[in-house]
Write a protein that binds this ligand. Structure first.
Ligand code: KIV
Length: 266
């Protein structure tokens, strides 16, 4: 077991101490993130974009995710490893169980699935079988073709009401954590206060229980040159990657990051 467990994250929420998460795809960065005190390493399917150069996360496979989870595991000693179930790896309940098992056996401690209320059955089945689940809500990049682009979600009153209700239902189904991406800051705060499980935000304001960024984004690395509004380049003013990672942890813990300028309104 790593030093950071689900119990640690729950107690950080209860104490009101912010949780730090970054994406991570290899052993060297896992070690560097450990040294900086990052509590959760997300092996995100964003690797399809930042490592493989695709224009979306859709081409990523479970086998590729397992390869990177195993790499991160070898460099990690302290952090909890959260792994994404990639596009369509949860198309059926059977596939959800089998592909989650593959990622857990590669070294993940928790599985992340993108969606909303329709995830409830699979979350219940996974939790019953000993797999903690993080439900990724709001902007779900695997659904980019339905959403019509990478857009802020939950801006209308109806959408906001639905997202609040879904978050509560997914906690009741057995989710251990929520991740809110590109959600108005006010709504993210309301959801964070409405559930007992930790809520991590990206483009969701400073009111969530913790923050996550894509590693390459926060190190100022970009193929396209398009940087989302919610990203801060932590290399600015730092002499090394280690210093940038430590600055991220310090700014999340002291609630200096994210600033109002990194969030969205309804
Ligand atoms: O895949 C990923 O890196 C993610 C983050 C954007 C939260 O899901």
């Amino acid at each position: 077991m790593p030093a950071i467990t689900l119990t640690t994250l729950q107690s950080l929420k209860q104490k009101g101490e912010k949780i730090t998460m970054l994406t991570c795809y290899d052993a060297t960065f896992a070690h560097a993130c450990n040294e900086a005190g990052v509590e959760v390493l997300l092996v995100g399917d964003s690797l399809g974009m930042v490592l493989q150069g695709h224009d979306s996360t859709l081409p990523v496979t479970t086998a590729e995710m397992a390869y990177h989870v195993a790499s991160v595991k070898r460099g990690n000693s302290d952090a909890l490893i959260l792994a994404d179930l990639p596009f369509m790896a949860n198309a059926t309940l059977d596939q959800t169980m089998i592909n989650s098992a593959t990622l857990m056996q590669a070294g993940a401690h928790m599985i992340k699935v993108e969606g909303a209320l329709w995830l409830a059955d699979s979350i219940r089945l996974l939790a019953e079988r000993g797999v903690p689940v993080c439900a990724h809500m709001g902007l779900t990049p695997q659904a980019v073709n339905i959403l019509g682009g990478y857009k802020v979600q939950g801006r209308s009153e109806n959408q906001a009401r639905q997202m609040r209700a879904d978050a509560i239902a997914l906690e009741q189904a057995g989710a251990s954590m929520l991740l809110l991406e590109c959600v108005p800051s006010e709504l993210a705060l309301e959801i964070t206060q409405a559930v007992g499980i930790p809520v991590i935000g990206i483009g969701a304001g400073s009111g969530t229980d913790g923050q996550v960024l894509v590693l390459h984004d926060m190190l100022g690395l970009s193929i396209t040159g398009r940087v989302p509004k919610f990203v801060k380049n932590f290399m600015n003013g730092q002499a090394s990657i280690h210093a940038a990672l430590s600055a991220y942890v310090a700014e999340v813990k002291t609630v200096s990051f994210p600033g109002i300028e990194h969030g969205f309104s309804a």
